[in-house]
Design a protein around this ligand. Structure first.
Ligand code: MSP
Length: 593
């Protein structure tokens, strides 16, 4: 039966459309200059990952979502004390039909399944160095309080009414689907069954009396919000897609299910016969974490960047802002959307048995290696394909050979016997290019290198601001290559410390290369924290000298003193990143809970 999804009204209560819109007036839509109050708020930043379903063990796609948010928040914290007020939350989404059914299939009580799988996520994130400030579980009491309060606000503002929802529901995606989004798929026995066009997951016909949210009233406010804030959803194609969705009719949304059908969730306040829709429950986690409904949450909201995968864009860019506007609050500041990881060209799925276990990858490639791979190769705008050979090739070439090799070349005892940061000679490398003289050794390409590395921190920051972390890493990697070219060009191993002619230039070559390495190490901290620490420690850079705010590259070139000149290098602690053996690559096998 492929019928039409309809919402029939049983009765409308509460505020008129006009009064609702007046309440959250134009202040949310202006994209003009920031007031002093906004400036103060701007110093705060709150990053979130989606909260993860606990029906199955984590895979590399989940880790990728978390890593993006982790790198953004680490980068933000490194920018200095004025931006130190950073929060970063992640967690698990534990209610709903999907989890209820998964627990029943596994023969477990839902709490047992939730505890078990939530722990997997927590362990994975700890191992992967996810520096979250909060891990929320939707089964916690603080969350129930927040959700029920939020519900009460929507109700008191006349945005919820009772109606009959009749249409398709997809338990795997926990969403209602219009007729046009449903198709039929052939089963193994030749029988056909209805599935979601987008996800391919089975859907079932549902007809029940629920609470309905007046989503249709928010079409224009959402359009105004997005048109007034062109950066609200990034990358831009996703912003565009949401505006296109809003060109179409926006039907009201069922926000509860009959408790007899869905008992695993938060009951509707004052009506135990209904359970709150899991997406409304889940989205409120972003408020629970910052203390909602206590007033403290206001100092963090809406300075929020939600990091999400493209499959959950509609929930975050339409439902969530509409719920917030309905509750008299601002939409989130930014929604950063990423695409998906496929495996050898195929969608990752339990049924295909090609799910890549992130813990296996962290063990094989090291935590920093695998973090680097996912963030360097993952491109938000389009899907990326995973296979082991790609990881080995990238890590060997960029971390082991290029970066590790560069460090080794400049710190090895054979070339740097005093194990110090040598002095920079301004006569060999004058700040003005094109000067000629007997002691001038710097060439045009060397000035190009200095200019590239000097502008790198700003470039990297811009890429972080634009949610293009892979571009930040690409820029660092390109400068590493340039620095290797510089060392190769001047072949310091052919210069002699004993020669009064060679020595100042030899010191200068090493000084410049070490300065470049210091910049690379500092900029890599958000992505490869341990490797960056190893690199900076080897250079003798102390913990208080690693902030982005105080990252002055090659000060001697610009006529300033250099605090590192003459300083002893840190102890030698082995290879920065040992090469991986390419003959030992295999495709990581399926992982099951
Ligand atoms: N529970 C909801 C989110 C609620 S947020 C209020 C959910 N959970 S999920 O576990 O299915 O997905 C969590 C995140 O993992 C989403 O951002 C999703 O896009 C991401 N990924 C799931 N599969 C992925 C890939 N194959 N590749 C990259 N990310 C993927 O949705």
């Amino acid at each position: 039966m492929l019928g039409k999804s309809v919402v029939r009204l049983l009765g409308r209560t509460g505020a008129s459309r006009l009064s609702l819109l007046e309440d959250f007036g134009p202040r949310y839509y202006s994209s003009g200059s920031l007031s002093a109050r906004d400036d103060a708020r701007d110093a705060r930043a709150y990053f979130t990952t989606p909260i993860f379903y606990v029906n199955a063990a984590p895979h590399i796609g989940h880790l990728y979502s978390a890593l993006l948010a982790d790198a953004l928040s680490r980068h933000r914290r490194l920018r200095g004390p004025s931006t130190a007020a950073t929060r970063f939350s992640t967690g698990t989404d534990e209610h709903g039909l999907k989890i209820q059914q998964a627990a029943a299939t596994a023969g477990l009580a839902p709490t047992e399944l939730c505890d078990r799988v939530s722990k997997h996520f927590q362990q994975l994130f700890q191992e992967a160095g996810i520096s979250c400030t909060d891990f929320i579980r939707t089964t916690e009491a603080r969350h129930r309080v927040a959700v029920q309060h939020f519900w009460g606000v929507l109700k008191s503002r006349g945005l919820l009414y009772k109606g009959v929802y009749e249409g398709w529901y997809c338990a795997s995606d926990e969403c209602f689907l219009p007729e046009a989004k449903v198709t039929r798929q052939l089963g193994p026995l030749g029988d056909s069954f209805p599935v979601s066009l987008e996800s391919g997951h089975p859907v079932s016909w549902t007809k029940e009396e629920n609470y309905i949210f007046r989503l249709s009233q928010f079409r224009e406010p959402l359009q105004r919000w997005l048109r007034g804030n062109p950066q609200a959803i990034t990358p831009e194609p996703f912003h565009h897609v949401v505006l296109q969705w809003l060109d179409e009719e926006l039907p009201d949304l069922s926000v509860s299910r009959r408790s007899s059908h869905l008992h695993w969730g938060i009951p509707v306040p004052g009506d135990d016969s209904q359970t709150i829709y899991v997406w409304l429950d889940a989205l409120v986690n972003y408020l629970t974490v910052i203390g909602y409904p206590n007033a403290e949450f206001k100092s963090w909201w809406p300075a929020t960047s939600h990091i999400i995968g493209k499959d959950i864009l509609k929930f975050h860019a339409i439902y969530w802002p509409a719920f917030l506007l309905g509750a008299g609050m601002s939409p989130p500041q930014r929604i950063c959307v990423h695409s998906h990881w496929t495996v050898c060209g195929q969608k990752m799925s339990k049924s295909l048995g090609n799910v890549v276990d992130p813990r296996t990858c962290l063990n094989r490639y090291t935590v920093d290696g695998f973090r680097y791979f996912l963030l360097r190769q993952g491109v938000p705008n389009w899907d990326c394909d995973y296979y082991d050979e790609k990881v080995v090739k990238l890590l060997n070439s960029e971390l082991a050979d290029a970066l590790g090799g560069l460090l080794n070349r400049c710190t090895a005892k054979t070339i740097n016997p005093s194990e110090t940061y040598p002095a920079f000679c301004t006569t060999c490398f004058p700040s003005e290019p094109g000067l000629v003289g007997p002691s001038v050794r710097a060439q045009a390409e060397d000035y190009a290198l200095v200019s590239s590395v000097a502008t790198l921190p700003k470039q990297v920051a811009d890429h972080y601001d634009n949610f293009q972390i892979y571009k930040a890493l690409e820029a660092v990697s390109s400068c590493v290559r340039q620095t290797n070219g510089f060392v190769q060009r001047h072949a310091p191993w052919k210069l002699n410390w004993e020669s009064p002619v060679d020595a100042p230039w030899l010191g200068t070559v090493l000084h410049v290369a070490l300065e470049c390495l210091r910049v690379f190490g500092t900029l890599l901290q958000p992505v490869t924290p341990s490797l960056a620490d190893k690199l900076l420690s080897r250079l003798g850079v102390s913990a208080s000298e690693r902030n982005l705010g105080e990252l002055y590259f090659l000060p001697r070139f610009y006529g300033h003193p250099c605090p590192f000149e003459g300083r002893r290098l840190g102890p030698e602690t082995g290879l920065l990143f040992p090469r991986l053996d390419p003959s030992r690559t295999w495709l990581v096998k399926a992982h099951r809970t």
